[in-house]
Ligand binder design. Sequence first.
Ligand code: INI
Length: 159
Amino acid sequence: MASFEGKFSDAANLRLAIVVARFNDLVTGRLLSGCLDCLSRHGIDTSAQSPQLDVAWVPGSFEIALVAQRLAASGRYQAVITLGAVIRGDTPHFDVVVAEVGKGVAAVSRDSGVPVIFGVLTTDTMQQALERAGIKSNLGWSYGLQAIEMASLMATLPA
Ligand code: INI
């Protein structure tokens, strides 16, 4: 029996990309900070000159999947992390944005074979979003960890 699992110890060799939405940047900026903290503490160079990490900013969560698709298709990254915040109270088209980004990110990951981490918060209120972006915990940190785990796991699976 083969057993496959990702490791967190070889992250220093990874090349990752993050796609982050500017909409609700009070939230997404905090998610990005938490994510970078996780990556840095696992040995990834997160400096502005880093050869290991690229960050792409998009206007809103609706645009995340398109840019994630381009990055995943480039073959340069072992994982792509998406960060966004869609807040029901802010928009009558909440459901449209959520459906687009959710289905879009899943399709990009499946079609490209590159793990694309779904780090888009969907909440009813700004308070709930902020609680998940640093006031209580910072899910950006978890998304970084999940990217490292998935990149490592994919490298161990049969071709
Ligand atoms: N984008 C978000 O990331 N979060 C939101 O809550 C949101 N609201 O409220 O509308 C939002 N809208 C912008 C959308 O993602 C696109 O950028 C825009 O429609 C242009 O295509």
